[in-house]
Write a protein that binds this ligand. Structure first.
Ligand SMILES: [Zn+2]
Length: 383
């Protein structure tokens, strides 16, 4: 990847434009010290992956970043809510044929669907209250396989530690929101992590230079400190769109395990029923100090597992994972349109009943299970 040091680039041909007035709301290239580094850094990071892409710079502000990306991208559209910023950007950077600026509200994008390969929106989220609308609009505007890069300050570092209050920030979040959740008594926070095993390993990264190590780092940054107040789980599965497989065959966690073992979590979940325990030995070997939740019922199959089947899988797991670190679960959520609540309920009953069989064998106390009463069975069992 060729990088042009910033110092060798034309300091964005400004055609004698006067600087946009700095009010504290929008960065301008005339700013100095850390704000300068931070703002340029984000665009320089994105610039590495914009080649040939149709890019939306949502809340482009002064326009300097859009212009930087336009030097490599196929096309760049900079959108900002402030007419004054857009007018300034057009005047200062308007000479690039592949760069346009439009006035618009990023929480109500007027562009068509699937228009962009990459959307960047740096330090925007915290300026808007309608954050869900913002993200939903990005999802709509991204072409299939597109990528969204957002940055937003961590409230704890940005506002609390510094005692700084940015009047333009409506809602700062991320780590802070997770910490709030744990502070309000949430006993477990489970994070979904397809980026590590599915994107980072199975698909060899995003194709945009974002690989498995990057995703591990992001995950650990996000949950940093969270385990002090709550239990943190990482959910991994092989996808569950409408109860369908994403892959024709069972996938192995093998290459992802050393990376998953680096996560700062208490528990990692693994699909193990669908694959008939294929990875149990590897999981037991590679996941060294965390609890391991294995799926013992299949979320893609409408047939309720019998407690004996569940017990069999647990016994095989116990050959590789110590009982005190083993948690039993379903392979993934039963959600969406594929499975009725009734079947999902009895699959959960089977988890409890199958676990009780093994608990009995180990001399451990059994969990009470009212639904185990034959009167509540989903169907008569014929041996
Ligand atoms: Zn899942």
């Amino acid at each position: 990847m060729t990088q042009t040091p910033l110092s060798q680039r034309a300091p964005i041909d400004d055609h004698g434009a006067t600087a946009l007035e700095f009010t504290g709301e929008r960065f301008t290239p005339e700013c100095v010290r850390e704000i300068w580094y931070e703002h340029w850094h984000r665009y320089l990071f994105a610039r590495r992956i914009v080649a040939g892409k149709r890019v939306l710079d949502a809340a482009c502000g002064e326009g300097y970043g859009s212009a930087l990306l336009a030097a490599s991208a196929d096309s760049v559209l900079g959108v900002d809510i402030a007419e004054s910023a857009v007018a300034h950007a057009r005047q200062r950077y308007g000479q690039h044929a592949n760069l346009r600026f439009e006035q618009g509200d990023c929480t109500a994008l007027s562009c068509g669907d699937a228009q962009f390969d990459l959307i960047v929106s740096f330090e925007t989220l915290e300026h808007v209250a309608a954050q869900q609308e913002l993200i939903a609009g990005f999802a709509r505007a991204l072409a299939p396989g597109g990528l969204l890069i957002v940055s937003s300050p961590d409230k704890r570092t940005y506002s609390e530690k510094s005692g700084f209050r940015n009047e333009f920030h409506v809602r700062e979040l991320y780590r802070e929101e997770l910490l709030e959740l744990s502070g309000s008594g949430c006993p477990v926070i489970q994070m979904e992590e397809p980026n590590i095993h599915l994107i980072g390993i199975q698909r060899g990264g995003t194709g945009t230079g974002l690989g498995v190590d990057f995703f591990v780092k992001i995950f650990n940054n996000t949950v940093r400190g969270l385990r002090d107040t709550t239990e943190v789980w990482c959910h991994t599965c092989w996808g569950n769109p409408a109860q369908q497989r994403l892959f024709a065959t069972n996938q192995s966690y093998k290459d992802a395990l050393p990376h998953l073992n680096q996560l700062d979590v208490d528990v990692i979940t693994f699909e193990c029923c669908t694959s008939d325990g294929m990875d149990l030995e590897l999981i037991g070997r590679e996941i060294t100090d965390k609890k391991i939740a294995i799926g013992v019922v299949n979320h893609r199959d409408l047939q309720v597992e019998r407690p004996e089947q569940v017990a069999d899988l647990i016994r095989r797991a116990l050959k590789h994972i110590p009982a005190e670190r083993l948690i039993l679960s379903s392979d993934c959520g039963f959600g969406r349109e594929g499975m009725s609540r009734r079947i999902a309920f009895f699959k959960m009953v089977s988890i409890v009943r199958g676990t009780n069989i093994v608990r009995r064998e180990l001399g451990l106390p059994e969990a009470p299970c009212l639904a185990a009463d034959a009167r509540y069975a989903i169907a008569d069992v014929i041996e």
